[in-house]
Design a protein around this ligand. Structure first.
Ligand SMILES: Cc1cc2nc3c(=O)[nH]c(=O)nc-3n(C[C@H](O)[C@H](O)[C@H](O)COP(=O)(O)OP(=O)(O)OC[C@H]3O[C@@H](n4cnc5c(N)ncnc54)[C@H](O)[C@@H]3O)c2cc1C
Length: 807
């Protein structure tokens, strides 16, 4: 074993082996993998090896495509077979909603280059003769699906890496990790130590334990998972290999295995395994079978695929594997630690392992993952994702693995966790709440408690009319919105402003002013959008996305000077209420001494004021497009502030509004938001944020790339559409990720969509190639399998002059 290496990868499952291989491909050959037992001995060896390209997140789907296409390459390099069976796959729909869901997945696949095909039940039965047609309404066929041999894949990665100079050490356990002052690591093993520049935690079932060695509690939990393999099934004897098959309503997956069928299920009553600590003596082990637990699923399987009930069971496998609360991997550098990386929580190692290895290796070698991996970034979780929260969410996620998550569906596990002081008051006002980073926030308000329930649907829901009323109140009178769910970070110190000017693309505002700014990475891509509020010469409050707080902090940490700047996350120290609408100024003016007239408190002013008896920070800013103010107070004052505004607002027709109305109004204004319009695959010019990039202010991160983007015009352009949405079935608007067609070709994708109540039109925002951005006609947006005519909007749909919010 070497005593020093550039990288030590801890863990030789499919993920660690993939990371090792990809590091060598990215040009780092002085790398080693340390495995405490044999390669694959954790969750990898007993996996069913199924692989597929379809994923709810298009960026994850891209990495899944990459993974599957990689197998031939690592076979070629290593000479080790991956046992690839590219059978193609069927996704079976048992209900109309599921069929719609599949049609939406097919549509998303169009701009990912996937050739997904919708089938009738008859067509599905021809391709998969085991199914009983009575239980299904249709299916989707994906030619790029099948299964691999877990042992073969892992060894093919490892051998390919070894050929390129990597070392693989077996039967050696990493027992501790100690950081040195220069950011390097001493990797302490039971067979000696290694000095490493970087450490990757690919510990799979033990990733939590490896995290604890460096004081990090990763939000992952292992669940028991069972599949069985039947005796030979006579009905398929002599036929070509059966397709990989997912039966969503049965919550089952199937594939052929040596003449029989492998049948797995994500049962509703899933059971966590080793919820607190994973035993170190578990290697190449299985758990006792518990067929009773999956009996309801098996009953369905025998109804849906009757031939399976007629044959015996050859083998049952019960093994554990890990999940993050949302089921996506956790990858990337860990905030607060230097040169410490994770690649864990990978629940679909044979679909995602390659993409995870690629992204992580690019990140380590080039400083950037090279693609949009926000959905997998370990930084999407913060301190709120405790062990118990993780347990609640993972169990929920496991039990719903094959169930539809409707776009307006809020899931109940682990709630309520974080609430603000006015939670019960909002409840009394019949708020329907959503959860975001564990925090409850109102989505919309119902007229009565009995009506405060939302039907889940792909169409407009029962909330539609109530959201319309909220938008009308904001447009005509004044609305009150809780804004506590924004992220807040305070930057202070003598160098704060100079440093921020290097980090942010826009100028730091003067004291008492607000500036909107993108944050760019070195490639000039968007990695954040903020409202910078200048409190004092040496203090700026950044307001951004709560879910990205750890992501921002990690970036700031990387760029902090040794002294002179202090960064502090303070989201919940400033809880918020916002008033918006033409009467909002008069309402506030009745409660404050300061002059709020447009000349003394113009748009983008930010000041400390007293509202009644409540000390507050008041910013004049608007995400609704109406005259509006954001008010920030410490939590102990929020209730008093709420009561004050509600009481004083009564005579002005004040009405509460929620996130749904806000979303509809910001889309009417063409305002983008993080993780939708703003992601690290877009440049500021492409995203319509060019006016917030102050190229002339001097050097800042991403400036050179922004200059070149502006000169070239960028490849894409964010534009707005008015969609001729279908009115049938209550109407269906775009929600995001739908393909945009132009003259019969798929040319782009929708990032957000909603019904614009103030303009009375269905709206969408989305990216198209820059060359098409001024095309006057020929656009369509595919909504639930129907191509709907879409008109490109020259300007935002509502108050394009901006007069309403500025005067
Ligand atoms: C029954 C079952 C069926 C499955 N079916 C599929 C499927 O069809 N398709 C699919 O894509 N996925 C499937 N999976 C999931 C798949 O197994 C996982 O996605 C994959 O194994 C994750 O690999 P990993 O490398 O992250 O973790 P692991 O395989 O657990 O690897 C981690 C490795 O790290 C080593 N290690 C940990 N700590 C240390 C330490 N301190 N020192 C040294 N070594 C250490 C361990 O010994 C282990 O070998 C299935 C899982 C189960 C249980």
């Amino acid at each position: 074993m070497r005593s020093a290496a550039r990288v030590v990868v801890v863990g030789g499952g499919v993920v660690g082996a993939s990371v090792l291989y990809h590091l060598t491909q990215a040009g780092w050959s002085d790398v080693m993998l340390i495995e405490r037992d044999e390669l694959t001995c954790g969750s990898t060896w007993h996996a069913a090896g199924g692989m597929h390209t379809v994923n709810g997140d298009p960026n994850v789907a891209r990495l899944q495509q990459y993974t599957i296409n990689l197998y031939r390459e690592i076979e070629r390099i290593s000479g080790q077979s991956c046992g690839v069976h590219l059978t193609g796959g069927l996704m079976l729909a048992g209900t109309r909603e599921r069929f719609d869901w599949l049609r939406m997945a097919q549509a998303r696949g169009r701009y990912l280059g996937m050739e997904l095909e919708m089938l009738t039940v008859e067509e599905a039965a021809q391709r998969f003769p085991l199914l009983d047609k009575r239980h299904f309404v249709g299916a989707m066929f994906d030619p790029v699906e099948g299964h691999v041999d877990p042992y073969g894949v892992t060894h093919a990665y490892a051998k390919s890496a070894q050929i390129a100079g990597a070392e693989v050490v077996r039967h050696t356990r990493v027992v501790d990790l100690k950081s040195r002052a220069d950011g390097t690591w001493d990797v302490i093993t039971d067979h000696g130590n290694v000095h490493a520049e970087h450490v990757v935690n690919a510990g799979g079932l033990w990733a939590r334990e490896v995290g604890r060695m460096v004081g990090v509690e990763l939000p992952i939990l292992a669940m028991e998972h069972q599949y069985l393999i039947t005796e030979e099934v006579p009905q398929i004897a002599g036929l070509p290999e059966q397709l990989h098959c997912i039966d969503f309503e049965g919550e089952l997956y199937l594939r052929e295995e040596r003449g029989g069928m492998l049948l797995g299920t994500y049962e509703r009553a899933g059971v966590p395994w080793s919820p607190v600590a994973t035993p170190w003596d578990f290697a190449q082990s299985l758990l006792p079978n518990d067929l009773d637990r999956i009996a309801p699923s098996l009953e369905l399987a025998f109804q849906h695929f009757p031939a399976l009930g007629e044959v015996g069971v050859r083998k049952v496998v019960n093994g554990p594997f890990t999940f993050a609360p949302d089921g996506n991997p956790l990858i990337g550098p860990v905030k607060g630690l230097r040169n410490f990386w994770v690649a864990c929580g990978v629940m679909a190692g044979f679909s995602q392992g390659g993409g995870v290895g690629l992204a992580l290796s690019q990140w380590m070698v080039n400083g950037d993952p090279g693609s949009d991996i926000w959905a997998m970034d370990v930084a999407r979780y913060g301190g709120w994702a405790t062990l118990a929260y993780t347990h609640a969410k993972v169990r929920e996620n496991y039990s719903r693995r094959f169930r539809i998550r409707f776009p307006n569906e809020e899931l109940p596990a682990g709630r309520p966790l974080r609430t603000t002081p006015i939670y019960d008051r909002l409840h009394e006002a019949h708020a329907v709440f959503g959860e975001y980073c564990g925090l409850e926030h109102p989505l919309w308000f119902a007229p009565s408690e009995a009506q405060a329930r939302e039907e889940v649907t792909f169409h407009r829901s029962n909330a539609h009319a109530h959201v319309a009323a909220e938008c009308r109140a904001v447009q005509e009178r004044v609305g009150l919105l809780e804004t506590s769910n924004y992220g807040k970070i305070e930057i202070s110190g003598p160098e704060a402003a100079a440093w921020l000017s290097r980090i942010m693309a826009n100028r730091v505002p003067a004291v008492g002013r607000i500036a909107l700014t993108p944050m760019l990475n070195d490639r000039g891509k968007l990695i954040g959008d903020f409202t910078m509020c200048r409190l004092a010469e040496d203090r700026v409050l950044l307001i951004g996305t709560l879910a990205a707080e750890t992501y921002y902090l990690r970036w700031f940490e990387r760029h902090l000077p040794p002294a002179g700047v202090h960064v502090r996350a303070c989201a919940m120290e400033h809880v918020g209420l916002s008033v918006a609408g033409p009467a909002s100024r008069a309402l506030l003016q009745s409660l404050v001494r300061d002059d709020l007239s447009n000349s003394t408190f113009p748009f983008l002013t930010f000041r400390r004021v007293d509202i009644g008896m409540v000390p507050a920070l008041l910013g004049r800013i608007s995400f609704t497009g109406e005259l509006g103010y954001e008010i920030w107070v410490s939590p102990d004052y929020q209730r008093a502030l709420y009561e004050l505004l509600v009481t004083a607002g009564a005579e002005r027709g004040l009405a509460p509004f929620g996130a749904r109305a806000l979303n509809a109004m910001r889309i009417e204004k063409g305002f983008g938001t993080w993780a939708r319009e703003f992601r690290p695959i877009y440049g500021p010019h492409e995203a319509g944020l060019g006016r917030f990039v102050a190229l002339e202010k001097g050097e800042f991160i991403g400036r050179a790339a922004a200059v070149s983007e502006r000169a070239r015009g960028g490849e894409l352009r964010l534009i707005g559409f008015a969609v001729d949405a279908a009115e049938a079935g209550g109407g269906a608007d775009a929600i995001g990720d739908e393909p945009i067609w132009h003259d019969g070709q798929v040319v782009g994708w929708v990032t957000s969509g909603a019904y614009g109540h103030r303009v009375g039109r269905s709206l969408a925002l989305g990216y198209v190639p820059a060359a098409l951005a001024s095309a006057s006609a020929g656009f369509e947006i595919e909504i639930i399998g129907e191509r709907r005519p879409a008109e490109r909007l020259e300007a935002c749909a509502y108050d394009a002059s901006g007069l309403r919010m500025r005067s």
